[in-house]
Design a protein around this ligand. Structure first.
Ligand code: ZN
Length: 176
């Protein structure tokens, strides 16, 4: 087991589209074990391949007592109803904003055993799934903000990169 390095804003892996996994192998077993360890150490409630520099379509998640991994995840259904909740991201420390997401999603994909799986998620779990699948498409949560907030988020990230001390953000309850 190993704690992997979580890629931070500016790393090109965060802006790339991850590739489909053709076949689940032993390498994936090791990778997923390490991703769980890395997510729990952070701590976070979700972690996508891109965030550890692996451009393969898979993510791990942990919401309360439940956890899992989805390989080649696809949102096959989403509720029309949306809600806004604050999100943070392990790859974007220091910023947190309310993001509008579908309240419910159905995610289909493959498990670590290579078998098809389907999860009907709502609330935080649905939010985590949408956030992680965005990562696999190279999308970051601030991309989904209104233009003024997106600019503010980018300024904060720039100031942090320059070592200009930004006002301490209110840490989000959950980071993904
Ligand atoms: Zn994230």
């Amino acid at each position: 087991m190993a704690i992997l390095r979580i890629r931070q804003f500016g790393d090109p892996a965060l802006r790339a589209r991850a590739n489909e996994v053709d076949r689940v192998t032993e390498v994936h077993q090791t990778l997923v074990t390490d991703m769980f360890e890395t997510m729990r150490d952070a701590p976070g409630v979700g972690l996508a391949g891109n965030q550890v520099g692996v451009l393969e379509r898979l993510f791990v998640w942990q919401v309360e007592e439940e956890h899992g991994v989805v390989i080649n995840p696809v949102i096959s259904k989403r509720s029309r109803k949306t809600e806004e909740e604050e999100e943070g991201c392990l790859s974007l420390p220091g910023i947190a904003y309310p993001v509008e997401r579908a309240v419910k999603v159905r995610v289909e994909g493959t498990g670590l055993d290579g078998e098809a799986l389907r999860i009907d998620a709502e609330g935080l779990q649905a939010r985590v799934f949408q956030h992680e699948i965005d990562h696999l498409d190279g999308v970051l949560f601030f991309d989904r903000l209104p233009e003024d907030l997106k600019r503010e988020a980018l300024r904060t990230l720039r100031d942090q990169a320059l070592g200009i001390v930004a006002p301490p953000p209110v840490p989000p309850e959950e980071v993904l």
